[in-house]
Design a binder for this molecule. Structure first.
Ligand code: ATP
Length: 366
């Protein structure tokens, strides 16, 4: 039913192109997330799907039907904003009944829809509560119940967890996904929080400057990013650049500054290619002292930060790169600031990209 097709959509605000000839297909029943830095066009795209923004160019289809000219109320959509309008003077029950009543549905049918929606949103016991007593997750659930009561099969969420504390967030993202999946709904969710996107989504579109950089499952985006921006935006990563000095069917060897050799499992690059290597911080290993050998680079610990489950060591390498290593933490501190160490790079899980025209720009997280 509600699959969404965005075709060649452009939206400009004066000189700013908020979305730029964008194409996207969201499948029926999918939990889909638009992820990207502030100002990249996520909200404008979501609002174009909702009908709250009319594109300058292109078409939006929902369930195969062109809806570009249709007002939001005729699109069968439930829109749950971060600060959406729930009537403060009405109870949860009255808020949820508002949509069916406005549609003139008869009392029995309205009652059935409202109680079903309250049950799905886990609000039956709070039906007589006023919104001010609900808390942030409860307010969001009320918004969902309101949408469901009107028969919406497609839910749009704009930063729905923006005002929640971290503990509520973790619980709520699980609940949200469960509601969408149990009810067979389609959801489009906007966030700039990559962890939230990874946990909740079937697929994610990573956006930048009004365009989509990559669409994929959380696993694909993490392990097979198409470009440096996506690799950098999803997870913690550092980059080194160098030249391919040897290659075979098994992979290639890259020489980076200082003459250090790094073997990778990437077999797509040719000898002489200028490349950028991306290494996720949790894939690096650090040892005390100076060790020689391929894939190893000595350096000095600038600072070690205890984060609870892991320690992040910031290291100035001998070849003038600065990188960070994420290491599971233990009670005994073995590595600390100022120490000489050697960082070992992994053979697998190293990402290799063609050297871009403008590396600094590719790496900028905006
Ligand atoms: P955020 O996470 O900060 O909300 P976003 O990715 O949702 O960002 P949008 O809100 O879609 O981005 O904005 C994309 C660009 O369009 C930004 O440069 C923004 O300033 C601009 N923009 C959005 N809405 C308007 C508007 N109504 N008038 C003028 N410019 C706008």
């Amino acid at each position: 039913m509600p699959d969404i097709n965005v075709r060649d959509v452009t939206k400009r605000y004066g000189r700013i192109t908020a979305i730029d000839q964008l194409n996207l297909n969201i499948r029926d029943g999918e939990y889909f997330t638009l992820l990207g830095p502030s100002g990249c066009g996520k909200t404008t795209l979501l609002r174009s799907i909702a009908g709250l923004v009319v594109p300058d160019e292109g078409e939006v289809y929902i369930g195969g039907r062109p809806v570009t000219e249709l007002p939001p109320e005729d699109r069968g959509i439930g829109f749950v904003f971060q600060h959406f309008e729930i009537f403060p003077f009405m109870t949860v029950l009255e808020n949820v009944a508002y949509g069916p009543q406005m549609r003139g549905w008869d009392i029995d049918y309205t009652e059935k829809r409202v109680y079903e929606a309250l049950e799905v949103a886990n609000l039956l016991e709070r039906a007589d509560t006023y919104p001010r007593d609900l808390g942030a997750p409860g307010l969001q659930r009320c918004g969902i119940a309101r949408a469901l009561a009107t028969g919406a099969r497609l839910l749009l969420f704009d930063e729905p967890m923006g005002s929640m504390d971290p503990k509520d967030k973790r619980q709520f993202r699980y609940e949200l996904r469960k509601i969408v999946k149990d009810q067979g709904l389609t959801a489009v969710h906007v966030t700039h929080d990559q962890e939230e996107a990874m946990v909740i989504s079937d697929r994610i579109a990573v956006m930048r400057r009004g365009r989509i950089m990559q669409v994929g499952t959380p696993l694909e985006l993490y392990y097979e990013p198409n470009n440096i921006f996506v690799a950098n935006f999803v997870g913690e990563i550092d980059f080194l650049d160098g030249f391919v000095v040897d290659n075979s069917a098994e992979g290639c060897v890259i020489e980076v500054r200082g003459g250090f050799l790094i073997s990778t499992a990437d077999s797509t690059k040719k000898r002489g290619d200028r490349v950028v290597i991306g290494i996720r911080r949790e894939n690096l290993r650090v040892q005390l002292g100076r060790k020689e050998g391929e894939g190893r680079i000595p350096g000095k610990v600038k600072r070690s930060v205890f984060v609870g489950p892991y320690v992040r060591h910031y290291i100035d390498l001998e070849n003038e790169y600065s990188i960070a290593v994420k290491e599971p933490s233990g009670r005994v501190k073995t590595i600390s600031s100022g120490q000489e160490v050697t960082v070992s790079l992994p053979l697998r899980d190293t990402l290799v990209f063609d050297y871009p025209e403008n590396l600094e720009d590719e790496m900028a997280l905006e």
